[in-house]
Write a protein that binds this ligand. Sequence first.
Ligand SMILES: *Cc1c(COP(=O)(O)O)cnc(C)c1O
Length: 420
Amino acid sequence: MYLVLIMNQKSDDSSRGIGVKKAKEEKQEDLGKHIGTKVVHAGEKTNPLTHGVVTSIDLSTTFAYDTAKEWADVFYHGKQGFAYSRHGNPTRATFEKKIAILEKGEASVGFSSGMAAIATTFSTFLSPGDEIIVTDRCYPGTRHLLNQYFKKWGFIIHFVDSTKNDNVSKKITKNTKLIHMECPANPTLSLCDIEAIGKIAKEINAKYVFDNTFASPINQNPIDFGVDVVVHSVTKYLSGHSDVLGGATVSTTADRDEIMNTAVYFGGVMAPFDAWLSIRGIKTLEVRVKRHNENGQAIAEFLEDHPKVREVYYPGLKSHPQHKLAKKQMKGFGGMVSFCVGKSDDDGGTFLNSLKIIKKASSLGSTSSLAQASGSMIYLEFTEEEKRAIGINPGFIRFSTGIEDKNDLIEDLEQALKKI
Ligand SMILES: *Cc1c(COP(=O)(O)O)cnc(C)c1O
């Protein structure tokens, strides 16, 4: 056994956390003080059998031992090791250790998608009748999951404008068991005060879940501000190259064990190849996010000065209504920029179709710049009033800056703006 493992094979109470405790007792390799070093080395070791510097992919779904007792010790009695990959896999365990260190938690679970991480987390900590407070700016998939499924299963869901802490406090009842926040948030990159809402959650002993996909652990560490469970769509900045669908939770070991127990039976765990691609992607996370931040800021400033652009939403702009809060809780302002061009959704469509380097596609956090326009690609299911209520005005564009040279991106935006 050469890997440093964070894993828990068993799913009954008797063995919870055993694998994790053992891993913690092992001597931590020197990861360096800075996150730029940690992204490269955290969770990984030179393979002592092969001396390979790259973590191996272990595609085995099942693991054999010399005796039945040895197998049963791992599967049933919490001995460190692997028996079946839905419960634990060496490559996934390495990914989990890496992301747990980067998000300053104790332990993690790797999922097959961000939605699997979110659905499994909610299912772990809630029972029918419980009340949930959720930011109304949450990822549309999260909103759909809650409205279409959790609601009919008997959960009570309160969507609130989380830019004001009071809106959260006002919805608290004795049945509030979970608060789910997310920021910077779709579509206008609005923020919530992560720490203030953490205090509210703590007072009532509710589980505080936070979707940190847009910021990534380079720009924001919600656990520093009192969050219990950080969820990620690994599909975005973490894996970073639009070639992995993945998710993760980061939490205490105790919460992780509970989430893992649910994950074992819901089954949406991360595949070894996706874990390996994510480990590889994360090695350049700090370098990429620095570039995304630089591009985001430069493009937001360019757009703000352009006569054909009416509104620009970017937490790094002084004009962002929560710029001060952004400086308090973020280390960088990210690669997502939203803005409104021309006078109408038709202008937005013309602008979008005129882009050359920037691709017309959903998703975000890719090396490639990606853009979408409301009216033709996003929010088609919303009425005009619903769109206005969340800040989507005519000609709205959501732009995920890639890591291309900012001068080429600005030139592309400029030539497309000339077409309207
Ligand atoms: C994409 C996304 C998700 C869902 O992740 P998948 O990997 O697509 O399942 C959840 N939250 C946010 C903020 C996202 O951007």
